[in-house]
Ligand binder design. Sequence first.
Ligand code: PLA
Length: 448
Amino acid sequence: MHSVIASPADRRLSALIRHLEGSSNAMDSDTITASPASGFPGARNSVFEHVVRGPEDPILGVTVAYNKDSSPLKLNLGVGAYRTEEGKPLVLNVVRRAEQMLVNDSSRVKEYLPIVGLADFNKLSAKLILGADSPAIQDNRVTTVQCLSGTGSLRVGGEFLARHYHQRTIYIPLPTWGNHPKVFTLAGLSVKTYRYYDPVTRGLNFQGLLEDLGSAPSGAIVLLHACAHNPTGVDPTPQQWEQIRQLMRSKALLPFFDSAYQGFASGNLDADAHSIRLFVADGGECIVAQSYAKNMGLYGERVGALSIVCKSADVASRVESQLKLVIRPMYSNPPIHGASIVATILKDKNMFQEWTIELKAMADRIINMRQQLFDALSTRGTPGDWSHIIKQIGMFTFTGLNSEQVAFMTKEYHIYMTSDGRISMAGLSSRTVPHLADAIHAAVTRVV
Ligand code: PLA
């Protein structure tokens, strides 16, 4: 119990309680009146006068800058959001169909969901990520809770670990999605990095990864991207995953998978869950954060799930009781609409099949964009080796362009991307590839 009381989340809670008690005492006394004309010091200034402007988010801020640009040439390759060949956001047909069914069903009401979310959605999400025949599911030793997309799942999982796990250090790959260190720090974990990407080979620094995980303290948490690593597009091979598994299990390192792109890497849902299933198959424990933002195109619906695979059904049910205590004071219970769409699609054979076809089409279009961009740079004779564009996996290409070159491309070509040189291939189309290739060519030949 002692460690629960000392957790950062509880410290924040006690500080808040002290603060509220303090102010209610003050309200009881005669020294403060409610009159706006009371003339207390600084009455004409905002009580928030001291607040300094915060920086824009490194990824979502790119869209803010893009929206302000009036050029017809402008192209947003910042955030990882799928666009059609016409450059438009896509709502999947199967999602439209599910929504129609939900709207037409007059028995549906808007009651609160339970704290853990929609039961069907949770069961089906665990099956989707762990496999329909997963022994962990059959043994009832998986607890799954619906969360606010991938980010919310990571945050709830992080806070649960900070309260109940004996090791508070989480190792994240270098580089990783920019929000990871912030989410885990605020959840109460201490964040360290392990080597992952080698800028020279533009591939995996496998030796560095093994060394860093090998020298991590026993029991430490390790964040792994299940597939389509963001931002590098570099994934371990199945053999490398097996080596990582052996090393992690031998040191009792706890795997925390972030699965934000299942189906987007290869176009196949099972293949993209391979790394996770490898760790579940050995009977050990792990944590998985799942997002339906990309693979079902449900970005703004905020649908995701957190699964914790435990050693026994009894532990899993106690873990779930504690997850509820994390969620209830955070947002009480999750939204109903997006999870209902997902559950409708996952439980119907035909709709599921239709989804996999639409998902594969999105993944294929991205792969095709890689080839087109690579060909366009080859045609232009752009200096350098660009084969990583076709080798990397998933939504992003980690181009190797530096921040000056990125700034040049934004200023001269109205192309928006993150300053680390990451481009979202899903935002590209046959029409815009030549413009991007011109910009990259100019950047590498004119800005060193
Ligand atoms: N994990 C990884 C690795 C991600 O790339 C993202 C999203 C998430 C989790 C969270 O997604 P969700 O909460 O919407 O489910 N990354 C995006 C968007 C696509 C973002 O930054 O929010 C990106 O452009 O990197």
